[in-house]
Design a protein around this ligand. Structure first.
Ligand SMILES: Nc1ncnc2c1ncn2[C@@H]1O[C@H](COP(=O)(O)OP(=O)(O)O)[C@@H](O)[C@H]1O
Ligand SMILES: [Mg+2]
Length: 377
C-alpha cells in the first residue's frame, strides 16, 4: 500500500515521453536461496493494456507482480515504467495502485476513510478529497455505502472498495493479485465485467494475476502464460487458445485430448486413422504429442463419408454427460484402441443427429484444429 501514499507520483508518467512500451521488464531473475522463482523473464506492456499473468499455483505470478511493485526486489534484471528505470526504487517511490485477494481494508475505518486513505497522505485539501471519494464511490456503484464499515459489506463490495482505494490517486499502473479468487462464482463473473469496464474507462495500464483461465480469457488484452518461473507464451486470448505454443499451454488453457504419435508428411496417426494437420515445420519421423480440443471434434451421421477419408473415424458413444449448454461425449472406436476420445457436442447437433449413449456416428477432426507439439516440449 506504500505506493498509494506516495505524493503526486501519478503525474510523473504523464510528463514522460510517450513510448510504445509503458512497462518494460528485461531479463528478470528472482531466487530464494537455491530456488529459482523467476527465470529470465522479459516482457513489454503497452500503455493502457490489460494484461493477465496466468499459470498454476507456485509458477511465480505473485513474485513477478511484487517485483514490479518493488515489494520483493528482483535478484537480477531491469524494470522500467513510463521510460523511467524503477529497478531499484523503493515501493513508496513507484507509481501504482494494488489490490490483493484478501480485501485488506482497514476494519476500523469507514468506507469513506478507507478510500480516502491514500489521498489524505498526499496533503490535498479536504474538500477535494471529499469530492474525489464521492466520485470514486459512484464509479464503483456504491455511493450509498460511504459510512459503512468493511465488516458490514459483502466480499464483492469490499473488493470494489479496495479497487476504488487503489485508483484514488490515479496511478499509472494498476496491479491486481487474484482479486476475484475469494468470491463466489456469481459475484466473480459479475465483477469481471465491472473491473474490465472500469479499466477501459480509466485507460489505466493493468496487470491482473490469476490462475483461472476463464477469467484471463474473458478479461485480458494479452495473456502471459507462466510455468515454473518462466514465460511459456504471450498472446491475445484467441492466439493462446487457438495456437498454444506448447503442450503445457494447450493443456492449461482449455481442455485437450492428447496422444503420442509420429509426424509423417504433414500427417499424424491416431491409432490406425490418418490425421492431416496444418502444422508446418516438423521433420518426418519426429515423435510428437498431438492434441485436439473436445469442442473441435465435429459430429456427422454414421454413414457420412465413413472412415475412408483422412481426419474422420467411426465411433460409438460410450458415455455422456449433460453440461447444460452442451453434451460431453466419451467416444470409443476400434481404430483408437483403448483410449477414449472426449468430445463436446452442441445441443443442436445432439438433437439433429439423435445421439445418445450407444449411438454410432462419424466424427471429423479438422486438420486446422489438430495441434502438434514436439514430444517432451
Ligand atoms: N519468501 C519466499 N521464500 C521462499 N520461496 C518463496 C518465497 N515467496 C515465494 N516463494 C516460492 O516461489 C514460488 C512462486 O511463488 P508465487 O510467485 O507466490 O507463485 P504464484 O503466485 O504463481 O502462485 C513458489 O514455489 C513459492 O513457494
Ligand atoms: Mg500468487
Amino acid at each position: 500500500m506504500n505506493a498509494m501514499t506516495s505524493p503526486n507520483l501519478s503525474n510523473v508518467s504523464e510528463t514522460m515521453p510517450v513510448t510504445d512500451d509503458y512497462l518494460r521488464i528485461t531479463n528478470l531473475w528472482k531466487t530464494y536461496g537455491d530456488f529459482v522463482a523467476l527465470q529470465d523473464v522479459s516482457l513489454r506492456i503497452a500503455r493502457g493494456e490489460f494484461i493477465c499473468f496466468l499459470g498454476p499455483s507456485g509458477c511465480g505470478k505473485t513474485t513477478l507482480l511484487r517485483a514490479i511493485a518493488g515489494l520483493e526486489p528482483q535478484t537480477g534484471g531491469q524494470i522500467s515504467q513510463g521510460g523511467r528505470d524503477i529497478s531499484n526504487l523503493p515501493a513508496s517511490q513507484r507509481d501504482y495502485g494494488i489490490v490483493f485477494q484478501s480485501y485488506a481494508l482497514f476494519p476500523n475505518l469507514t468506507v469513506v476513510r478507507n478510500v480516502a486513505f491514500g489521498l489524505e497522505n498526499t496533503g490535498r485539501p479536504k474538500a477535494e478529497i471529499t469530492r474525489r471519494v464521492a466520485e470514486l464511490l459512484a464509479l464503483i456503484g456504491l455511493p450509498d455505502k460511504a459510512d459503512r464499515y468493511p465488516a458490514q459489506l459483502s466480499g464483492g463490495q469490499q473488493q470494489r472498495i479496495a479497487l476504488a482505494r487503489s485508483i484514488a490517486i490515479n496511478p499509472g499502473l494498476l496491479l491486481l493479485d487474484e482479486p476475484l479468487s475469494a468470491l463466489d462464482a456469481k459475484v466473480r463473473v459479475h465483477l469481471r465485467h465491472e473491473i474490465k469496464e472500469l479499466q477501459r474507462k480509466l485507460g489505466v495500464t493493468t496487470i491482473m494475476v490469476t490462475h483461472d483461465q476463464e477469467e484471463a480469457l474473458s478479461m485480458a488484452d494479452r495473456i502471459v502464460v507462466m510455468n515454473h518461473g518462466r514465460i511459456e507464451q504471450i498472446g491475445t486470448p484467441t492466439e493462446i487458445y487457438r495456437h498454444p505454443a506448447s503442450l503445457f499451454v494447450a493443456d492449461f488453457i482449455g481442455e485437450t485430448n492428447r496422444f503420442a504419435s509420429q509426424y509423417q508428411q504433414g500427417a499424424v496417426k491416431l491409432g490406425s486413422v490418418v490425421l492431416n494437420t496444418d502444422v508446418p515445420g516438423q521433420t518426418d519421423g519426429t515423435a510428437v504429442m498431438v492434441a485436439i480440443r473436445p469442442e473441435d471434434i465435429l459430429p456427422h451421421s454414421a454413414g457420412h463419408d465413413a472412415a475412408s477419408k483422412p481426419n474422420r473415424l467411426p465411433v460409438t458413444i460410450s458415455a455422456q454427460e449433460f453440461l447444460g449448454s452442451s453434451w460431453r461425449m466419451h467416444l470409443r472406436s476400434d481404430a483408437l484402441g483403448e483410449a477414449p476420445l472426449v468430445a463436446n457436442f452442441s445441443m443442436n447437433a445432439v438433437r439433429r443427429l439423435d445421439l445418445s449413449e450407444g449411438s454410432r456416428l462419424t466424427v471429423e477432426l479438422p486438420a486446422e484444429r489438430v495441434l502438434v507439439f514436439p514430444k517432451g516440449s
